[in-house]
Design a protein around this ligand. Structure first.
Ligand SMILES: NC(=O)C1=CN([C@@H]2O[C@H](COP(=O)(O)OP(=O)(O)OC[C@H]3O[C@@H](n4cnc5c(N)ncnc54)[C@H](OP(=O)(O)O)[C@@H]3O)[C@@H](O)[C@H]2O)C=CC1
Ligand SMILES: Nc1nc2c(ncn2[C@@H]2O[C@H](COP(=O)(O)O)[C@@H](O)[C@H]2O)c(=O)[nH]1
Ligand SMILES: [K+]
Length: 478
């Protein structure tokens, strides 16, 4: 990447401060752009979901990996739970979505409480492993909440064979005018569900899979406690990437933690952070990191900059750290502060191998929280920062009251924030489509067919606030 007119700015910049200049392109189609990463994680998209408990759970992990990204299960989750999540994610189908399963006699109330966990807004009614109907939210409208689902379900859903080609499945669903098809194995048992958009996505994305064909998932470890023990347990559970994570990554404790992880000879990439300087990047790489996580203070739930004045505008931080990592043959993830597809494109242009997204994905059906509705009828989920009082209280549950009180004094995150679901993009896959469209398009504007070429060819200029404002769409007239 180079700056427009080779003018190196004399102050640090964040995403809103910069723009990319279009260049000559020989690329005929945006579908010619390959978004695969080169950082060893096996991700076919440059997206990592941040290790935040309000965001990164089993459902998120399955859904994002099926499209090629990777989710980091947070360090606050007990090992047996992480092991179960990893095992479950690895058994998920690469094409079909995992539906909510109900038995015939479950109630409409139960169906309505579970259906919002799925973007496809339906549940499959199963009898002895075989689908016997599909119940959607619409089927439950104006029905007695104690009614049994077998009386409201559609008993004749579109059925497809588990080996149907996604392209054919698309046509079958399209022609049936149904919201989704139910996929069955040869013996009639349930394999999963597929919407029309799901079938389309199955033809466009490549799942992130391990050598055995299971979906990939990463897991985090903090710098406190027995780091080697937790890291060993995560590796034994099948984690495909380890993320060693703390607020201030450029500290001795982190170096010790990384050395402990390295001593286990992990055969998976090790990411570590967070830092915002070349010096910090080099220190973590020297201690054993393959990928350095960059970002102090840009996160949406993060109050670090307001509490401490510490941090660095994210675009400059990524640019400097990516250059330092590249010199050592390593990579960086741009962590935090991403709110638009353009931010992802700019982080990649600056040299990040992947971009970590947290809060943006909190407001989706796939995040772990319950779907709530505000007084205006808008759907939202509650999110919170991992250094918030709420997260610290959870993390220190087993410690003495005194230690908890001491630790509770340090708070660098928001404890409760409403993340509204985007009406047009309520599922994480809708947001992934949105981001990938933006990034693919950005690459062709730069004349690039790969992320490496995007970084190589990007020409970035600095803009005023008015320049940024000019780029925003207008919902109503002037
Ligand atoms: N990217 C970012 O800007 C930030 C991210 N976070 C996220 O919050 C989560 C919790 O991280 P964290 O608060 O590090 O918790 P950890 O549980 O990992 O604890 C951090 C350890 O480092 C010590 N420490 C020393 N200096 C600092 C410092 N300036 N800030 C924090 N700890 C320090 C703490 O000791 P003692 O408590 O005794 O001081 C503690 O032992 C992580 O997921 C992290 O990524 C948090 C803040 C900023
Ligand atoms: N200073 C804090 N940073 C936090 C906290 N919780 C998470 N984070 C960081 O934010 C990113 C995600 O950024 P987002 O803008 O996509 O939400 C995450 O990976 C952490 O680095 C916190 O409580 N305080
Ligand atoms: K912030």
């Amino acid at each position: 990447m180079r700056f427009l007119h080779d003018q190196i700015p004399d102050h640090d910049l964040t995403y809103d401060d910069v723009f990319m200049v279009p260049r000559h392109s020989a690329i005929a189609s945006r579908y010619d752009v390959d978004l695969a990463t080169s950082d060893g994680t096996g991700a076919t998209l440059p997206l990592v979901v941040a290790n935040m408990t309000a965001i990164a759970g089993k459902r998120m992990a399955e859904t994002v990996a099926r499209r090629g990204g990777i989710v980091v299960i947070p360090q606050d989750i007990p090992i047996p739970v992480v092991a179960k999540v990893i095992a479950d994610v690895k058994t998920r189908h690469l094409v079909f979505d995992t539906p909510i399963e109900l038995t015939r006699h479950q109630t409409v109330a139960e169906a309505l409480s579970l259906i919002p966990k799925r973007s496809h807004r339906a549940a499959v009614v199963v009898d002895q492993g075989r689908p016997v109907g599909v119940v959607s939210e619409a089927d439950c409208a104006d029905v007695d909440r104690f009614a049994q689902v077998e009386h409201v379900m559609n008993p004749r859903p579109v059925l497809i064979s588990a080996d149907t080609d996604p392209r054919d499945a698309f046509d079958a669903i399209d022609q049936s005018r149904s919201a989704l098809a139910v996929a069955v194995h040869a013996d009639g048992t349930l394999a999963g569900v597929l919407t029309r958009t799901g079938a389309l996505r199955a033809t466009l994305y490549t799942p992130a899979v391990d050598e055995s064909g299971g979906l990939r998932v990463a897991a985090a470890v903090g710098v406190n406690g027995d780091v080697a023990q937790r890291a060993a347990a995560l590796l034994a559970a099948g984690a495909d990437c380890l993320v060693v994570d703390t607020a201030h990554g450029h500290q001795d404790r982190m170096v010790d933690a990384l050395r402990a992880v390295r001593s286990l000879d992990p055969r998976v990439p090790v990411a570590a952070g967070n830092v915002v300087s070349a010096e910090g990047t080099r220190a973590l790489v020297e201690a054993g990191a393959d990928i350095v996580k960059v970002g102090v203070g840009p996160g949406a739930m993060c109050t670090t900059r307001m509490m401490t004045g510490v941090g660095r505008p994210q675009f400059s931080a990524v640019l400097e750290c990516a250059a330092a990592a590249r010199d050592l043959g390593k990579h960086v993830w741009a962590d935090g502060g991403v709110r638009h597809p353009r931010d992802v494109a700019l982080a990649l242009a600056a040299g990040a191998s992947s971009v970590m997204v947290g809060s943006w994905f909190a407001g989706t059906h796939e995040s772990p929280g319950d779907l709530l509705t505000d007084s205006k009828g808008r759907s939202y989920k509650v999110s919170f920062g991992m250094a918030s009082a709420r997260a610290v209280a959870n993390r220190t549950l087993t410690e003495s009251a005194y230690d908890r009180a001491r630790k509770g004094l340090y708070e660098e995150g928001i404890s409760s924030s409403r993340m509204y679901l985007d009406r047009d993009r309520p599922g994480v896959e809708d947001l992934i489509d949105h981001i990938c469209s933006g990034v693919r398009s950005a690459a062709t504007y730069a004349g690039a067919t790969t992320l490496a070429e995007l970084h190589e060819r990007a020409v970035v200029g600095v803009q005023s606030a008015a320049g940024y404002q000019e780029g925003r769409p207008l919902a109503t007239s002037w």
